[in-house]
Design a protein around this ligand. Structure first.
Ligand SMILES: *Cc1c(COP(=O)(O)O)cnc(C)c1O
Ligand SMILES: [Zn+2]
Length: 425
């Protein structure tokens, strides 16, 4: 086995998806344009390690220490849903908790695959802590990884999101939860986190620009390729930011360069939950840019009526170089708009036929697959990968007592960040 690289420069470099220039280190942006930077691993032929979770794909994760946790994607061939839809080659990437399927993602979504490499990279870069604004799966995933790794995380949450802040274990003092008071909306929450992340030793999570997040999510495609011994023809996922879609596209590009998995990129079939579906609207209008008045008029009202409000990103990395538009265009992809009722029926169908509960965004992906079958967009023999991005919350409750994370400080939009840092320890 190759010896462990001593620094990032031995393992990968960053290449701009826009201008092709390459960079070393942890920078999040190209100096010349606003395209995404991608990791370019010097080891182009991946050798899976004998580890239980995403650490199996260490060669293509931007960390030096191996990740040994048992959290990772599980790809299996569908029987129940496949038969119902008349599909001969439907594979499910289950990303949640279901020990019966070998799935041990205890915060129940694929956000955990982002959290492990991102947190580890913070430590390896010599920073003290990571800062993020979120109230959902991302926050739980990073909090969980903080308890496992002992790396500090500052999570800024709007008050109404607090009830989603649970863990399957006792939260540790490394989790600094900051609650924004009830006068603050999500935009204030994000802004506060940005200010906090500017303090010395604290690092912003970087969103879609962070290669550790994307390469962590890319393990969904890597696991599928090794199970299927090929790239799938079509990939289904529900998106809010689309980062997961970009991530699997990039992983597929690496797998093609590897040479063992075929040379055709999977077509990305990505779904949004109507009525808030800016990327669905822009893509179907043939536009690279999202026009707010056309694609997301009255966003607050639209978001309030979604079944899956997790999919409600207002500034997705859609038009930037290497973003969602390029991923769709580069793979002959498609976008779907899924209604609440379609998602709810699809959730029931999946849970009855596959025997595990799923979260609302995953139901949106299932609904998109159902629509694709009904309209003949996919064919009986197509090799399909369906990303069930989250599930098993009900199953988890049978094995674990879920414990709420308590806020360590409360803030308003104008509270000095130094004061909050002091209060949260
Ligand atoms: C975040 C999330 C999504 C959307 O993922 P993106 O690719 O970042 O848009 C889908 N499903 C679940 C369960 C999520 O937590
Ligand atoms: Zn560039």
């Amino acid at each position: 086995m190759a010896s462990k690289p001593m620094c990032y420069e031995d393992k990968y470099r960053l290449v701009c998806a826009g201008c092709g220039r390459s960079f070393d280190g942890c920078t999040l942006t190209c100096r010349h344009d606003d395209a995404l930077l991608r990791s370019d691993y010097f080891n182009t032929r991946i050798s899976p390690r004998n580890l239980p979770g995403i650490g199996r794909f260490h060669d293509w994760l931007p960390v030096l220490e191996p990740i040994t946790a048992d959290s990772g994607p599980v790809t299996y061939k569908s029987a129940g849903l496949a038969a119902e839809l008349g599909l001969a080659n439907l594979h499910i990437s289950f990303n949640g908790y279901c020990p019966e399927k070998g799935a041990f993602v205890k915060t129940c979504s694929f956000k955990e695959f982002e959290a492990f490499p991102t947190m580890l990279r913070v430590k390896e870069a010599g920073e003290k802590a990571l800062v993020l604004a979120s109230a959902g799966n991302t926050a739980r995933a990073f909090a969980h990884v903080s308890t496992l790794t002992g790396i500090d995380v500052y999570i800024v949450v709007p008050r109404k999101g607090l009830n989603r802040m649970w863990l399957p274990e006792e939260p540790t003092a490394t989790i600094h939860l900051i609650e924004m008071n009830s006068n603050c909306d999500y935009a204030d929450t994000i802004q506060f986190a940005e200010k906090l992340a500017k303090l010395p030793g604290l690092m912003p999570e970087g969103g879609a620009r962070n290669i550790a997040r994307r390469d962590g999510m890319g393990t969904v495609m890597l696991d599928a390729a090794f199970k299927l011994r090929r790239l799938p023809d079509v990939y289904f996922q529900a998106i809010g930011s689309g980062t997961g879609g970009i991530a699997v596209w990039e992983a597929a590009l690496r797998l093609i360069r590897d040479g063992r998995f075929g040379n055709r990129l999977p077509a990305l079939h990505l779904a949004q939950n109507l009525p808030f579906a800016p990327m669905f609207n822009a893509w179907n209008a043939g536009r690279r840019s999202i026009v707010e008045e056309l694609d997301m008029p009255q966003p607050k009202k639209l978001i309030a009526s979604m079944y899956s409000d997790i999919l409600s990103n207002r500034k997705p990395p859609y038009g930037i170089g290497g973003g969602v538009y390029d991923a769709l265009a580069g793979t002959s992809g498609r976008m779907y708009g899924v209604t609440n009722n379609e998602a709810i029926s699809a959730r029931r169908l999946f849970e009855r036929l596959e025997g595990i509960d799923i979260v609302p965004p995953a139901a949106v992906a299932v609904a998109a697959l159902v629509k694709a079958v009904e309209s003949g967009t996919v064919e009986h023999d197509d090799c399909i990968l369906l990303n069930i991005t989250g599930g098993g919350v009900e199953r988890l409750k049978k094995d674990y007592k879920l414990i709420e994370i308590k806020p360590a400080a409360s803030a308003g939009a104008d509270t000095p960040v130094e004061q909050v840092l002091y209060e949260t320890g």
